[in-house]
Ligand binder design. Structure first.
Ligand code: SAH
Length: 382
């Protein structure tokens, strides 16, 4: 017997990614009162429920009406990898066939989820593998919030708990440049921060940027999240080379924007990320120049040993060189932790995202160019 499968696309609207006001109007359009939006928000974002039938505080006819018109969507995890150190990496595939990665890094008493803001990245930082990817598009708010929802599903962490949770911290340090997609990132983070839902406080969220200077102020004023700056070099000459965005927004402008970042003080410091590249930016003179450069900015420095990827034109410095560098920064009065690489065995460490799905993506790109419809079908079959 042949199964009859409907070819009609699901016309129902996804409620994920709507702001509270948008949710209210979507519900008003089917005749539901405002207080329903609050109940449904609670089910979706506090309880993690994605089946209207189980939203038992709603009358049955309301649940049925909701199920006719709406869905509570979830990203599809096409791969789920676990590192020997406990790091998890999920490869998420969107209906258009594009993929991103999202990484969970557990620690003893907390855990950090690293999420992506774009498919690929336009910045082409020389040491970052994500930057070698051609296809780039912004992620929608639902796709950004969806990463947190999916991670909570996978870790079995519903309802949202106040403390001791596996996802206590969130970093926008995955694929993409969040400040080049600030509208969607802001909308998504407001949902994630909402106290009646997922409820991750702005103090536990860090947005990392390579330095899109004109967007930094808005990020601080509108979201108030912690800021991390991918600095990586102490002269424009070297930074121009390894972070090409520097040609647009050079170091002096970037540091001024850090000084002006709303809400910055000694209790809320800016994190400067500094990927250590052997023979490029790792000398004691570089370390001394770094502390001079950031003087006066409430800051800490995260030293990231370079994570290699196939064909990368850089090497990681020796442990001694990293330690000497860290000591100089520390002696100048800055916290200077050396970031332990996590999840290197599953290519989940900083700058390695997307590496192992490269082939799949390339073949998909070719298919798309040849025949968009065929590509879509193929993506659905995978
Ligand atoms: N575009 C934003 C968000 C990405 S964050 C930004 O640049 O900040 C990713 C972090 O990992 C950045 O600090 C980046 O510089 C760092 N990184 C990239 N490639 C790396 C590599 N191969 N080894 C170590 N760190 C890397």
């Amino acid at each position: 017997m042949t199964a009859i499968v409907s070819a009609a696309p699901d016309a129902r609207q996804d409620l994920i990614g709507l702001s509270k006001a948008e949710l209210e109007s979507a519900l008003a359009a089917i005749g539901l009162e405002k207080f329903r939006a609050r109940q449904i928000w609670h089910w979706i974002y506090h309880r993690g429920e994605n089946d209207f039938a189980r939203m038992t505080t709603l009358a049955k006819p309301v649940r049925e009406l909701l199920a006719e018109r709406f869905v509570v969507g979830r990203p599809v995890a096409s791969r789920d990898l676990a590192s020997v150190d406990g790091t998890r990496k999920w490869l998420l595939k969107w209906p258009d066939g594009q993929e991103i990665e999202c990484v969970h890094i557990p620690e003893t008493d907390r855990g950090t989820l690293c999420i992506s803001s774009q498919v690929g990245c336009t910045l082409t930082c020389r040491f970052c593998h994500t930057g070698t990817q051609k296809l780039v598009r912004n992620l929608a708010p639902a796709e950004i919030v969806g990463q947190v929802m999916l991670a909570r599903d996978k870790l079995g962490e519903w309802p949202s708990l106040p403390d001791g949770r596996q996802i206590s911290n969130l970093v926008m340090m995955g694929m993409g440049e969040p400040l080049y997609n600030l509208d969607n990132v802001a909308k998504a983070l407001k949902i994630v921060m909402d106290g009646e839902g997922i409820s991750i406080s702005k103090r536990r969220i860090t947005l990392s940027t390579a330095g899109v200077v004109p967007m930094m102020k808005r990020c601080g004023a509108e979201l108030g999240v912690n800021l991390a700056i991918s600095l990586h070099a102490v002269t424009d000459e070297i930074r121009d080379r390894i972070v090409p965005l520097n040609k647009k927004y050079p170091i002096a402008e970037l540091l001024q924007a850090c000084r002006d970042y709303p809400g910055i003080n000694n209790a809320r410091r800016i994190t400067f990320e500094y990927v250590m590249l052997k023979g490029v930016n790792d000398s004691p003179a570089d370390a001394r120049a770094l502390v001079k450069l950031i003087r006066g900015i409430p800051a800490k420095v995260n030293l990231i040993p370079f994570n290699p990827w196939p064909g990368a034109p850089f090497e990681c410095p020796e442990e001694n060189a990293i330690k000497t560098f860290a000591d100089i920064v520390f002696d100048a009065g800055y916290a200077a932790p050396v970031r332990t690489p996590r999840g290197r065995d599953i290519l989940a460490a900083c700058g390695q995202l997307k590496s192992d799905s490269q082939k799949l993506r390339r073949s998909e790109a070719l298919r798309q160019a040849a025949d968009a419809v065929a590509a879509k079908d193929a993506a659905e079959i995978d």
